[in-house]
Design a protein around this ligand. Structure first.
Ligand code: ZN
Length: 440
């Protein structure tokens, strides 16, 4: 007999049933069918013959031995038995139990090590403080916008990346990454849900969506809401940084529209094609406004849609023409000095809190051309008044003022000057324009 039985019952009728169940001939074939044995003993309702027998007898297959200790492997039913001797992949019950215990111990040790490393990480994070008066201008704007997007959680406990959705129309993760890389926003493992951080081999990985962030501690130990309030008084000086942030934001605003339009016409763009369009848009935004580029997107996506219906074309091939068409379209606009139409902001595409903050600080919106934003930023940061610029302005201003006083139009000249500056003109060009008007 290839099955060794270890009876757990003394009832002769049960023993007989068990022996008949497991009985095999010399070829390992079972002598009786399970269905023939089913009626022999009365069993409680819902109890199968197999489970009835398993409760009263342990069965070991002589054809399978434990690879570790060479004991026989316990089997639970007929189908687990082997007809010929063969090496077992399974361990015997005892060895399996030992192995499970070792694995559990290792798992516990890993969990404890994770806990230790995260605590140490959190302690190091908290020890690093930030001098908020020295952070970059663009980070000030990002923090003000973030505060509005997650209020009151930026200053009051933690927030997740999902909470920041209102920050910008797209690429919220990239904006957050800027703040993290600058050390202004920290992740706080102590506040994250269990399972957020986990081992992947010997590295600690995290579920990005569950990571809880908070503002880095202030070097002067002020509360987070005081830190944010102090940022409101910032005097901006970094023209390049601010313009670059405006470009990043505006690219997101254009790309959000592009993706919505592509979805509407079932155009699927690859990651590479999207990157290509992003670069084109970023460079076009130095000249045009977001709303003008929306109109370019609108036209190109529709052209591609009609192309898709043509012979020899399919959706995929038509979509692939979009990056090139956008580029050629913009080149033509520039070459022929075509005036681009401006689209109005779609209701379902809010500007995001970063758009609002940029609007308040610079007085810009989706209709402001990049060209004008650039002058506004230069004006705001006072870089238009560097010594050389000031020297260059001396002569035209003297002439303008002399004429204005001679013609007794001083106040209207000043009002006109203020108006031009507000509209985004640089000081030099405003002086020139008023000067010309006075001369004529
Ligand atoms: Zn074993």
């Amino acid at each position: 007999m290839a099955i060794r039985l270890q009876m757990l019952t003394e009832d002769p009728k049960e023993i007989e049933l068990i022996e008949r169940y497991w009985a095999v001939d010399e070829f390992g074939q079972y002598l009786e069918k399970v269905s023939a044995l089913a009626g022999l003993i009365e069993m409680a309702q819902g109890v199968t013959l197999t489970s009835f027998i398993r409760q009263r007898c342990n069965a070991f297959d002589e054809n399978q031995v434990c690879p570790k200790c060479a004991e026989l492997i316990e089997i639970k039913n007929r189908s687990q038995a082997k007809k010929v001797p063969q090496p077992s992949i399974k361990l015997c019950t005892l060895c399996q139990k030992d192995q499970d215990a070792i694995a559990l111990e290792a798992q516990k040790a890993k969990a404890a090590e994770l806990e230790r490393q995260l605590t140490e990480y959190a302690r190091n994070q908290s020890a690093r403080t930030v001098d908020y008066s020295a952070i970059a201008d663009r980070h000030v704007l990002l923090l003000l916008a973030l505060d509005r997007a997650v209020t009151p959680r930026l200053t009051n406990g933690g927030f997740t990346i999902g909470d920041c959705r209102g920050l910008a129309p797209r690429y919220v993760g990239d904006f957050m990454q800027h703040l993290r890389e600058a050390g202004l926003v920290l992740d706080d493992p102590s506040k994250a849900r269990p399972g957020t951080y986990y081992w992947e081999g010997d590295d600690i990985w995290m579920l990005r969506d569950q990571v809880v962030y908070r503002l880095a501690p202030d070097a002067e130990s002020r509360r987070a809401d005081e830190v944010i309030r102090s940022l409101l008084d910032r005097v901006y000086t970094d023209a390049e940084g601010l313009f670059s942030l405006w470009l990043d934001y505006s690219v997101a605003d254009v790309m959000r529209y592009l993706e919505a339009q592509c979805q509407l016409y079932n155009h699927e763009l690859s990651e590479q094609e999207l990157e290509e369009i992003k670069s084109t848009m970023r460079s076009a935004l130095k000249t045009y406004s977001v709303s003008q580029l929306w109109s370019v997107v609108w036209k190109v996506v529709r052209d591609a849609a009609s192309l898709a219906n043509r012979e020899y074309y399919n959706r995929w091939k038509a979509a692939a023409t979009i990056p090139g068409k956008i580029r050629r379209n913009l080149e033509k606009v520039q070459r022929e000095s075509i005036e681009l139409k401006a689209w109005s902001r779609p209701e379902q595409h809010p500007a995001g809190t970063l758009g609002m903050v940029l609007g308040e600080i610079l007085g810009v919106d989706e209709n402001t051309s990049g060209h004008r934003v650039s002058s506004l930023v230069t004006w705001l940061t006072g870089q238009a008044c560097s010594p050389t610029v000031e020297a260059e302005l001396e002569e035209p201003i003297r002439e303008l003022m002399t004429r204005a006083l001679a013609q007794d139009v001083g106040s209207s000249v000043m009002l006109r000057f203020a108006e031009l500056i507000r509209a985004g003109h640089e000081v030099g060009s405003a002086i020139e324009e008023i000067g010309e008007a006075l001369r004529s």
